[in-house]
Design a protein around this ligand. Sequence first.
Ligand code: GUN
Length: 293
Amino acid sequence: MTLLDGKKTSNDIKDEIAVEVSAMKERGEKVPHLAAVLVGEDGASLTYVGSKVRACERIGFDSTLVKMPESTTEEELLAKVKELNENDDIDGYIVQLPLPKHIDEQKVLLAVDSLKDVDGFHPENFGKMALDMPAFIPATPYGIMELLDRYQVETQGKHTVVIGRSHIVGRPMSILMSRKGNPGNSTVTLTHSRTKNIEEITREADIIISALGVPEFLKADMVKEGVVVIDVGITRVPDESHPKGYVIKGDVDFENVSKKASFITPVPGGVGPMTIAMLLKNTLLAREQRQAN
Ligand code: GUN
């Protein structure tokens, strides 16, 4: 069994980006600038956005954190989005999801300038991705593709089963794994809450990508020998014995599934750190594109 070490791989990627940033500085060019908009006080979102901003600082990017209160109106958020679109110093930005219920998420995502949409959530980027055109790829799926690539996991002709059809992970993952190319060229089954007999489908899988959010959902008797397992789950499970009052659990019963797997990602230290690295990569690409135009 080989552990797909997202922590190490993400550090390698960040080192590579830092080299690019140094070269940009030496040429007297502007360095990439990422902004993150956080509306409200959701604990997990605060943690993620904090990690994104810290990662920017570590590799020499400029970063801006825009914190807005839970009571922010849709109109106020759209005005902030417009401001970020027009601010020439900002190369890329993200609006952290989920947004408070009174704000229409689709309306906000549509308002983001697609050239600054480093999350790849704008329909223009999503459509381009589906049509094999150059586009920003959503950071988590992009990170998974990068892990498969760097560990030379064979995907061509394999049966990939994706669990979960979210717009952020499952849906784009199913598209990327079925696209021509490497990684890719897989035969993909996209499963979700209405799928019948999911264990029968996962048992046939060469590669399982689980983005469900149910702790330890995938058990050893649901997978075959030699399976490749990518665990995107990061659920906070209350645990009073821990200083934080919770532990992070993936979708996979790691202890038992890892005994049958050929490759597997741990949680934490698997897909999570890769997401941040690929967001930085997208921001570097956004800067380079803006520099060229
Ligand atoms: N919420 C959970 N994952 C993500 C992500 O990748 N980007 C944004 N903007 N929000 C998220």
